[in-house]
Design a protein around this ligand. Structure first.
Ligand SMILES: CC(C)(COP(=O)(O)OP(=O)(O)OC[C@H]1O[C@@H](n2cnc3c(N)ncnc32)[C@H](O)[C@@H]1OP(=O)(O)O)[C@@H](O)C(=O)NCCC(=O)NCCS
Length: 216
């Protein structure tokens, strides 16, 4: 399905087996984008492909693809320059569902937005906004979820790898209608750039009503 997009960029919501041909490109895109602060993620393509298989196999999951017209026949068939993922929270791993269950929140009421990744040279022209719009539209289309939620890594303000002039995405997320939920955090493990071992990273959740239902 085609969604609204800035000119020369095609935004498309893709689900199920139709995603399979894109897993390699998506794996490499995630590794490229998540190397940067604040994720500092030393990605591995095999792991990434297995992770992305979840989106092929999970009912009602979707990946929003952003493709660029690079003069080879139009944006629709162009290179993947960004992507955003979503699936029902109830289909996520235990570590992501656990904070909700611990607070008595039924995961069935939430649609989970996994990540948005966009090559740096394509930022600031509305593609991230289109990713949220497409995921919210998808969640409304395939589920009765009252809320959208996602989580973001929390790094200390004085982290040594924080680039000068780094602008956190908090304002961008607030402008999309999300509010932070300091009471909801989860832990994910990955290997930071330059590290030899995986370590635990804390991520904080954000939430938005999709139906007008009051946030819990
Ligand atoms: C998150 C990310 C995808 C955002 O992408 P982006 O395309 O730069 O974001 P946008 O251009 O849509 O929005 C940025 C601002 O530009 C504005 N904007 C600029 N041109 C626009 C246009 N043509 N149409 C709509 N909005 C536009 C947006 O409104 C927004 O401002 P606002 O928050 O004040 O409303 C990108 O920063 C990224 O990949 N970051 C690294 C990975 C990451 O940290 N992901 C999030 C956690 S998984």
């Amino acid at each position: 399905m085609a969604d609204s997009a800035p000119s020369s960029i095609a935004i498309e919501t893709v689900s199920g087996a139709a995603l399979a041909p894109f897993l390699g490109d998506l794996a490499r895109l995630r590794i490229t984008v998540f190397r940067a602060f604040p994720y500092l993620y030393e990605g591995e393509e095999g792991y990434e492909r297995r992770y992305l298989e979840t989106y092929v196999k999970t009912p009602h999951a979707a990946v929003i693809l952003a493709r660029a017209d690079e003069g080879k026949g139009g944006a629709k068939d162009g290179r993947i320059i960004g992507a955003a993922t979503c699936l029902p929270l109830a289909a996520e791993t235990d570590n992501v569902q656990a904070p909700f269950r611990a607070r008595g929140l039924d995961p069935a009421r939430f649609f989970y937005f996994g990540e948005s990744v966009l090559l740096a040279e394509y930022r600031g022209r509305g593609i991230g906004v289109a990713f949220f719009a497409a995921r919210e539209a998808h969640a409304r289309r395939v589920s009765k979820a009252d809320f959208a939620t996602f989580c973001a890594v929390q790094r200390p303000p004085d982290h040594p790898a924080r680039p000068a002039g780094y602008v956190p995405l908090d304002t961008f997320w607030r402008h999309r209608g999300f509010v932070p939920r300091p009471d909801l955090t989860c832990t994910m493990r990955w290997r930071d750039l330059g590290a030899t071992e995986e370590s635990a990273h804390r991520l904080g959740f954000w939430m938005k009503s999709l139906t007008g239902a009051q946030l819990p």
